[in-house]
Design a protein around this ligand. Structure first.
Ligand code: SAH
Length: 231
């Protein structure tokens, strides 16, 4: 299976704190409005059938459902999914969560989604290209796919590993493995090999002084990619 058991365990152990905005998941809470608005501006989520691959506790999934999407979240961490499910019950937002691998979901529900999202997940899997391929299979012709991950270069190592995990302690040590980071051109190759086209690339930066995240043209550390499946 295309999953690293230690990665899944790492997220499972923290899962009970997923919706605590001061926890290890604080960065995901803080970037969520930015990525949500970016996706919504491109894909007009209301009424769309959406699947979120590697949804974790459902921060993005639930927010897309709030925008009116018919949202499904999949992950391989049972604990994260239970937290996601409980949270959606509590907030009264309807979301479907399921413990299933992206590749298996792609075999079962090929071509059924208007929008596929896969955020902050590719850098945790052994074969990211296979996840991109599954995303491309899940989306309808004419539909859109969004990825986000971390670039691989000395600055990304300094900011995403040394800065975030050791200096600022925003993330637990060992959250990210530099060797699994993915450059935008590598991701673009996976995307094209899966039959998708790249429509847009966006950088995301964090200013440690103001503690503010922003979307911009700086893709040197964190970045997002918008893709679509040709008709
Ligand atoms: N996408 C969410 C969570 C990111 S954390 C967000 O951005 O808010 C990374 C998530 O990927 C975790 O929930 C982890 O369990 C999941 N994950 C890691 N490897 C996976 C795999 N092979 N298949 C599915 N999910 C995986």
């Amino acid at each position: 299976m295309n999953a690293d058991p230690l990665e899944i365990q790492k997220f499972s152990e923290l899962a009970h704190r997923w919706w605590d905005p001061t926890s290890e998941f604080k960065p995901l809470h803080e970037i969520n409005p930015l990525r949500l608005e970016w996706i919504n501006a491109r894909a007009a989520l209301s009424g769309k059938k959406v699947i979120d691959i590697g949804c974790g506790g459902g921060i993005l999934t639930e927010s897309m459902a709030r925008k009116g999407a018919d949202a499904t979240g999949i992950d391989l961490s049972d604990k994260a999914l239970k937290v996601a499910d409980l949270h959606s019950l509590e907030s009264g937002v309807q979301v479907r969560y399921e413990l299933i691998a992206a590749e298996d979901m792609a075999a079962r529900e090929a071509g059924q989604y208007d929008v596929v999202t896969c955020m902050e997940m590719l850098e945790h899997v052994p074969d990211p290209g296979a996840i991109v391929k599954a995303a491309a299979t899940l989306v309808k012709p004419g539909g859109q796919v969004f990825f986000s991950t971390i670039n691989r270069n000395p600055k990304a190592y300094l900011y995403a590993v040394v800065g975030a995990e050791y200096l600022l302690r925003m993330l637990p040590k060992g959250t990210h493995d530099y060797g699994k980071f993915i450059t935008p051109s590598e991701l673009a190759q996976f995307v094209r090999a899966a039959g998708l086209q790249v429509d847009g690339l966006k950088g995301m930066t964090y200013n440690p002084l103001t503690k503010i995240y922003s979307l911009n043209q700086d893709t040197s550390v964190n970045y997002l990619v918008a893709c679509s499946r040709p008709l």
